[in-house]
Ligand binder design. Sequence first.
Ligand code: NAI
Ligand code: AKG
Length: 447
Amino acid sequence: MSQSIATFIESVAKKNPNEPEFLQAVMEVAETVIPFIEENKKYQNKMLLERMVESDRIIIFRVVWIDDIGKTQVNRGYRIQMNSAIGPYKGGIRFHPSVNLSILKFLAFEQTFKNSLTTLPMGGGKGGADFDPKGKSDNEVMRFCQAFMTELSKHIGSNTDVPAGDIGVGGREVGYMFGQYKRLRNEFTGVLTGKGISFGGSLVRPEATGYGNVYFANSMLVTKGDSFSGKTVVVSGSGNVAQYAVEKATQLGGKVVTMSDSAGYIYDADGIDATKLTYIMEIKNELRGRISDYLNKYPNAKYFAGKRPWEVKCDIALPCATQNELNQEEAKMLVANGCICVSEGANMPTTPEAVHVFQKAKLLFAPGKASNAGGVATSGLEMSQNSLRLSWSSEEVDERLKGIMLAIHASCVKYGTDQSGYVDYVKGANIAGFVKVADAMLAQGVV
Ligand SMILES: NC(=O)C1=CN([C@@H]2O[C@H](COP(=O)(O)OP(=O)(O)OC[C@H]3O[C@@H](n4cnc5c(N)ncnc54)[C@H](O)[C@@H]3O)[C@@H](O)[C@H]2O)C=CC1
Ligand SMILES: O=C(O)CCC(=O)C(=O)O
């Protein structure tokens, strides 16, 4: 690590103590962006990266609600408004007991670069609460969402900050939050994305992150004259992103053999086809059960409690669950087993040591800020449709999504190709994301 990177990281660490995830995300960007700044006079001595690691503002608030047995519950809510240089803050809301400032700052920082890559005018933000929707009734989730939005509504708006879903926040939660915003503000507006189709949602938004990840992985494979056809694919997670990654990978001719949740993974040697995936969607989206329930209907599959799927031999790996879910040992296992492509559906699922393993082995490796950008890009398309008061067909949205993923791939190739022809997609995504935000910040003066 160069002296300038070390000094920068040291100062960020000092100002942001006890925030390991945030520091990890900043370090990964600094490693590639600081050398780029040093080569480009235009970006020098403007403190651009120093400004980008400081949030525009952070809102932290109390969320009080009453559970089904009449007990008062208290949670902590957050919204990080990270950077609005290129558009209104945009990024999801996460409800998970692990939510804290470090995790949300890492996500908001990543989101700024990701949104820049989408080609659409969206700044970076992220929010959430340490609320655990698991085991809660529908009414409890609704009361929590209403209490959360009662405070959040003061800080967001269709031209200011437009939240959406993330872990623990899907169509149900977005619906409850939208209803409360409308009630408080008497305003029917595109203040959230991921809405239901009957009240301003976009077709293909639920599918977009998973589909987009597979489109991106496919673009990487195409650079090697390859495709998904006949490939064995290992997927982690079984939520929104994982489900649609499995659907698209299967449609493109891949055989997906694993899915997981925080308790373990299932391995189905015959492949998780469309019928089996419908069952997983029922387990996860309606019954809100565990991935192990898959064996109730498909007893030939195996369940590995407390384990992650990276030990399974595969050609392509799609980590779609959560941050730091794929470590150095697991990366070595994937490489040793002949994996050729890893494309992140989740945000920062691969630890920095694991990323280095993939890059050293010259694998096709895509960082989430590029490969999972299809979700927020389609949220951007939802915002456009809301502004136009129109709704586009599935085909039209999917075509635009494909076009955006191709454009992101091209940007990564432009900024990430080294002299040997190897594409460092991490470097490419970081620099391409940085350039657009930095240019806008320079044009807007010292703010
Ligand atoms: N929903 C979206 O449009 C986007 C989501 N992402 C990222 O994708 C990832 C998954 O998000 P969603 O599918 O939306 O959430 P979800 O709530 O629908 O699913 C989350 C999945 O991760 C698993 N999970 C959670 N914590 C875990 C842990 N500690 N260990 C193992 N598995 C765990 C859950 O069991 C579930 O399968 C997250 O990193 C999120 O930030 C990224 C871009 C957009
Ligand atoms: O669609 C959005 O605004 C949120 C997507 C998101 O949270 C993400 O890209 O991580």
